[in-house]
Ligand binder design. Structure first.
Ligand code: AMP
Ligand code: ZN
Length: 458
């Protein structure tokens, strides 16, 4: 089946066809590294990781996700903390990659850093000036928005309306309010590089245009990011790149994920409801967070609450519960196929909720199957689905025993269960109940069965 993707520029779902047969290039705007990523920042990383996994099944994919390591917010963090800029960016690049890895996000093929591409940015800005799309003024270089008649087409904004509605005071070096910065001067204490316009630093938008060109070419297949980036970031990237490349399209498909809110409220520092992935993974397994992020279709808004996580954990318990105790050989795994219902759902504009429904359908079939060979075959299929979705990466027993920092260790749990069973054996039910309560308080549920007592973290 052909993959269908919703393209923001065309405003509809369209069949996906890469520029070069068999090969796909994809660029995702990555983090600005001055702080830990919050759970909203993790949404594009996770959903487009799933898209990358899907594309790799059929194409040779080159996936770039950049790092913005020169930015006024980073400079401000350096002033605030008194730490050198390089220390801040190095620390948060590592934290970002570690945190995303915990969410099952595979590393991109290329992770370009803005500070390592200043030469390419200067070259692109020079080309824009020479071709009449940009002008230099007072140490700045600005993109002349009026020179690009397609400006506004991605974000569906009418430039004339925008100009009429603009009430902002126009900086003296700008010809028009909407002209945006490609290069700006730096004071001696700020990071800066020599350029034909004096010592300065790039604007944010030109970073992505230059890095995408360097690593993926003039026209890329897929450009992705969060919905908030459509305007101005992607509108500006598109204008710069296509003007620098004599009208060649910048991206063939523009994909944007919807926003994540917290208990129906926008996440914001001032409201104190910013949930950092770095903190959350101390108490919640990465797979639970990943599944919670994939529980809504990527273009829909996703409201995050305690219930979102709980329901993801229950879903994973069902999946792990189905494969638990089934020994699946390497050969069986290699031979496993993924049910068509699951791939078809993902190929339909990455419909992850529908794909998960197909995954549960498989778990249900497995639970019902009694023939041993059939059970091994279905379990192998479940692992194959898990690999595609970035789930089921743990050993099932370890999953149910799985503990995160601060939890009671498996040894402590087993010891308490033994004490409880001993108490039951001597008919001291009060003591037995007390041990059960102690486990419950530690978030551990126990169940007595024919083969003894099993437990899981709830
Ligand atoms: P930033 O570091 O702010 O540039 O954001 C990195 C990525 O996270 C961008 O693709 C943003 O669009 C995305 N993003 C930021 N906040 C949210 C949110 N609340 N929900 C979904 N995506 C978000
Ligand atoms: Zn970008």
């Amino acid at each position: 089946m052909t993959i269908q993707l919703h393209d923001t520029l065309r405003g509809e779902k369209v069949p996906f066809e890469p520029l070069n047969e068999g090969r796909v290039t994809m660029y995702l705007c990555g983090p600005t590294v001055y702080n830990y990523a919050h759970i909203g920042n993790a949404r594009p990383a996770v959903v487009f990781d799933l898209l990358a996994r899907l594309l790799r099944r059929s194409y040779q994919l080159t996936f770039a996700r950049n790092i913005t390591d020169v930015d006024d917010k980073i400079n401000a963090a350096s002033v605030e903390t008194g730490k050198p800029i390089d220390d801040i960016t190095a620390r948060f690049i590592k934290a970002y990659n570690d945190d995303m890895a915990t969410l099952g996000v595979q590393p991109p093929d290329i992770e370009p850093r803005a500070t390592q591409h200043i030469g390419e940015m200067v070259t692109m800005i020079q080309a824009l000036v020479e071709k009449g799309f940009a002008y230099a003024a007072e140490g700045h270089v600005l993109f002349d928005v009026s020179s690009n008649d397609k400006y506004g087409s991605l974000s569906k904004r009418d430039l004339r309306e925008m100009i009429a509605g603009a009430r902002v005071e126009v900086a003296p070096y700008k010809k028009a309010a909407h002209d945006f910065v490609l290069w700006k001067p730096s004071t001696p204490e700020l990071p800066g590089w020599d350029s034909p316009w004096g010592r300065g630093r790039p604007g944010w938008h030109i970073e992505c245009s230059a890095m995408a060109e360097k690593h993926l070419g003039e026209t890329i297949d897929i450009h992705a990011g969060g919905q908030d980036l459509v305007f101005p970031h992607h509108e500006n990237e598109m204008a710069q790149s296509s003007c620098a490349h004599d009208g060649a399209p910048f991206a063939r498909y523009w994909l944007h994920n919807g926003f994540l809110s917290m208990d129906h409220t926008k996440m914001s520092k001032s409201l104190g409801n910013v949930l950092l992935v770095h903190d959350l993974i101390k108490t919640v397994p990465g797979e639970v967070i990943r599944l919670a992020l994939l529980s809504a279709h990527y273009r829909q808004p996703l409201d995050w609450s305690a219930e979102t996580l709980e329901s993801a954990r229950r879903m994973l318990d069902r999946l792990y519960g189905a494969v638990r105790g089934i020994d699946v050989s390497e050969d069986a795994r290699a031979a496993a196929t993924i049910p068509q219902a699951l791939t078809a759902a993902l190929e339909d504009d990455l419909n992850s909720p529908k794909a998960m429904a197909a995954f549960f359908g498989l778990a249900k079939d497995l639970n019902k199957a009694s023939d041993d060979d059939k059970r091994v075959e279905l379990a192998a299929q479940m692992y194959a689905c898990g690999e595609l979705m970035g789930l089921l990466g743990s050993d099932p027993d370890a999953w149910f025993a799985g503990h995160v920092e601060g939890d009671m260790s498996s040894d402590e749990i087993e010891a308490l269960i033994e004490k409880r069973n001993a108490a039951k054996g001597r008919r001291d039910f009060e003591a037995a109940d007390a041990f059960r309560e102690q486990l419950k308080d530690a978030g551990v549920t126990i169940q007595d069965g024919r083969d003894g007592t099993t437990w899981r973290r709830s």
